[in-house]
Write a protein that binds this ligand. Structure first.
Ligand code: FES
Length: 119
């Protein structure tokens, strides 16, 4: 039983997240469940997500655009996140702070795009 437990945890398939720069360059990486999209970017040296505040919703340098087909699968935007998004560069209706998107198995295949100012 212990061997099965270890096998499942060691060989667990991690969700793949695709980070797309404003000019269309794609980076697809595996991000462990429980981390945020922002943390996945930092761990994989993804350009365009600086996360200056470390995820405390005080900078908006982790701003991303989420495709409509994924946007509705995410947790709803809370007031504090919306306040920060209102101050972000070119916010759109599909804007999110990547520090507030927690990776789950259901987000395998998620794509996010960074704004042109975040390069
Ligand atoms: S990292 Fe600063 S708001 Fe997300």
């Amino acid at each position: 039983m212990l061997a099965l437990f270890l096998f499942i945890h060691i060989f667990r398939i991690m969700p793949k997240i695709t980070y797309i720069s404003h000019d269309g360059k794609k980076n697809t990486v595996e991000v462990p469940v429980g981390l945020t999209v922002m943390e996945g970017a930092l761990q994989n040296n993804i350009q365009g997500i600086d996360a200056d505040c470390g995820g405390s919703m005080a900078c908006a340098t982790c701003h991303v655009y989420v495709p409509e087909n994924w946007y509705d699968k995410l947790e709803k935007v809370q007031d504090a996140e919306q306040d920060m998004l209102d101050m972000a560069y070119e916010p759109k209706k599909n804007s999110r702070l990547s520090c507030q998107i927690i990776i789950s198995d259901q987000l395998d295949g998620l794509e996010v795009t960074t704004p042109i100012k975040q390069t």
